[in-house]
Design a protein around this ligand. Structure first.
Ligand code: PSU
Ligand code: MN
Length: 307
């Protein structure tokens, strides 16, 4: 597939795609709005290298000066990490940042869509957006979910944080026809923790099994994502009971301060880092590393199946 002409690919990604080598997409909201400087840019550089070491080519996705970019150099990653005006770009924000020539950091939803337009079938992130707690009155449901329902990309995450309603998020993914496969566990993970109280809807124990599911889904003409949940490594996890209090406090503050809409997720992530004295940040970085390793292996396995 030829990448959409509105996208700008860097040389590393363009060459890999031309030569039929595996490529892994990465999001940028996690850099601009998900972690503090300088750990955000250090994480971004390190994760790209993990993907290279895993035999694939990293393609961090963002909008710079209004241009959707697939693959960034270090200066550009630094810009995303430090520039004071980087918009958080979900699907509905894409037309505005492109039309105004602005910088935008893409969420899971927007990154998925740009990855699909580029022809990249595998995408690695930290945590998915989902159905927020209290969504029955706020209607706050991340566009990540609808995008998972319609765009053909495999998304590797560490599951869903309990800042969200995990049960309602899993129900919604079922409604949208999104297979949720947990890698190497019978329980759905909750980002900081390997457990969530919810069973794994499906389980896979190897990248080849995941690649086979991707091929099976898309060969049948079924639209949308395959969601792969990779539980955080045991040595890095924060037990669910320990993080639960901090999450409840962050949620209460969010409410008190009247934070709404797209600002909710970045606020909660930042507060949880502060309330945990930075421990949640270390866990977040560790799980992204693990996801990058798995994502590179899935991209390689899928590429083998297709050639
Ligand atoms: N969860 C995290 N880290 C993140 C995000 C979610 O642990 O950085 C980001 C992702 O980019 C995700 C977005 O797509 O937040 C969801 O935002 P919203 O809930 O506003 O759709
Ligand atoms: Mn929202």
């Amino acid at each position: 597939m030829t990448p959409h002409p509105s996208l700008k690919l860097n040389d590393e990604v363009a060459t890999a795609m031309r030569e039929g080598r595996p490529v892994v997409a990465l999001e940028s909201t996690i850099i601009s709005h998900g972690m503090p400087y300088p750990r955000n840019v250090e994480m971004a550089i390190e994760v790209e290298q993990i993907i290279r070491d895993g035999g694939a080519t990293p393609a961090t996705i963002a909008v710079l000066d209004g241009i959707p970019r697939i693959g960034l150099d270090r200066d550009e990653l630094e810009t995303l990490a430090t520039h004071p005006h980087v918009t958080k770009v979900s699907l509905r924000d894409l037309p505005f940042v492109v039309a105004t020539g602005a910088h935008g950091a893409t969420t899971v939803a927007a990154t998925m869509r740009l990855a699909a337009l580029a022809g990249i079938p595998v995408f690695v992130t930290g945590g998915l957006g989902g159905v927020h707690r209290g969504a029955e009155t706020s209607f706050d449901i991340s566009a990540d979910l609808t995008e998972l329902g319609q765009t053909d990309v495999a998304v590797v995450s560490a599951g869903v944080k309990s800042i969200l309603d995990i049960g309602l998020t899993l129900e919604t993914l079922e409604t949208l026809g999104v297979p949720v496969v947990v890698h190497g566990s019978d329980e759905f993970p909750s980002f900081y923790s390997r457990s969530s109280g919810y069973a794994a809807p499906l389980r896979a124990d190897s990248p080849d099994q995941v690649a086979a599911m991707m091929a099976a889904k898309w060969d049948l003409g079924l639209k949308g994502a395959v969601s792969i949940a990779n539980p955080v490594p045991e040595e890095d996890e924060i037990p669910a009971a320990e993080i639960a209090d901090l999450i409840d406090r962050a949620l209460a503050e969010c409410d008190e301060r009247g934070i709404r809409g797209k600002d909710i997720t970045p606020f909660l992530l930042g507060r949880i880092v502060e309330l945990s004295d930075g421990r949640s940040l270390e866990t977040n970085i560790a799980l992204v590393r693990a996801n990058a390793r798995l994502g590179a292996a899935i991209a390689a396995a899928y590429q083998r199946l297709r050639t």
